[in-house]
Design a protein around this ligand. Structure first.
Ligand code: ZN
Length: 309
């Protein structure tokens, strides 16, 4: 590895914790609203500055997050912590806007592959883009920060390779519509570090003026390697889930966002600032483990933080 690669590492990294949405949504059981609120409050106290707290999807489609309003009303607003809500469409945005003072940012999404988008939201990519081009300006008008996440950016379980050109042209439309941030999701854990490095090298050149965020899944154990590859291209924004919760319902079995505590531990040991209190974060993951009644996948939750004696 050349020294120039090392100097590209960012000094500071921003994490958006997505476990309360991506994680809770993909649990087979519906987690009690009071437990969700307690876990989000624990996360807010760790120093994490961005948390995706729920989604305004149709309650009859995703019953795990049917309590979005109650969760937003119940969680403690803490100075310096921005709450995001996932918004699938205009109807979801209108529901979210009823509670405008309870959150800061909206996350919009679509897939870079036709088949995945069709299976996930029952629309073509073009139909999704047209919808987002209508919703994003409405959210902006309301002073809401707009993140657009492109799922299957690094590969699709149905179509295989997704041309980066396709991902970037979708990103350019989302930027033109008013997104402040573009997230790239490795939705089913297909990306490898070399691919990720080349992807972000080009992304940083082409997509300027917006924050670029990486969202990796550890489906095949490559999550942290991909985080490192993105860091080495200067990416300073990541999405991850405490405890390694989460995944994607399509296809079944595609589970596990990279664990927030594993990311925080690794980059903290590398000397990069996150502002997150790791032992507190581990406590939040342990509390989630207790609520769910099963062992979670996170490494640092099992092993504890590195202690240099
Ligand atoms: Zn995910």
């Amino acid at each position: 590895m050349s020294p120039s690669v090392e100097t590209a590492l960012p000094d500071e990294v921003r994490i958006r914790e997505v476990g309360p949405r991506d994680g809770f949504q993909n649990e087979p059981e519906v987690i009690a609203t009071a437990d969700k609120i307690r876990l989000i409050d624990l996360l807010s106290a760790t120093g994490l500055k961005r948390i995706e707290v729920t989604s305004f999807v149709r309650p009859d489609v995703i019953r795990q997050l049917a309590d979005g309003e109650e969760v937003l009303r119940g969680i403690e607003r803490r100075e310096g912590v921005a709450f995001a809500v996932l918004v699938p469409n205009r109807r979801g945005l209108d529901r979210a806007l009823q509670l405008r003072d309870r959150f800061d940012d909206a996350s919009f999404f679509l897939s870079a592959s036709e088949t995945h988008n069709q299976k996930n939201v029952n629309r073509s990519i073009e139909e999704s883009l047209v919808g987002l081009e209508q919703s994003i300006p409405v959210a902006r008008e309301a002073g809401i920060g707009c993140t657009s996440v492109i799922a299957t950016s690094f590969g699709c379980p149905y179509e295989g390779r997704v041309p980066t050109e396709q991902v970037f042209s979708i990103a350019e439309r989302l930027i033109a519509a008013g997104s402040d941030e573009i997230g790239f999701g490795d939705t089913t854990g297909m990306a490898n570090p070399v691919q990720v490095g080349a992807f972000f090298e080009e992304a940083r050149r082409r997509l300027t003026g917006v924050e670029l965020t990486a969202h990796f899944h550890d489906t095949r154990g490559q999550g942290l390697a991909n985080v490192l590859a993105a860091l080495q291209e200067g990416v300073g924004s990541f999405e991850s889930s405490f405890g390694e919760l989460g995944g994607c319902p399509v296809p079944p079995g595609a589970t596990g966002n990279v664990a927030t505590e594993d990311v925080i531990s690794m980059i903290g040991e590398m000397g990069i600032e996150t502002g997150v209190d790791l032992p507190r974060l581990i406590e939040a993951s342990a509390a989630a483990q207790e609520v769910l009644g099963r062992r979670l996948g996170s490494h640092v939750l099992k092993a504890g933080p590195v202690e240099w004696r």
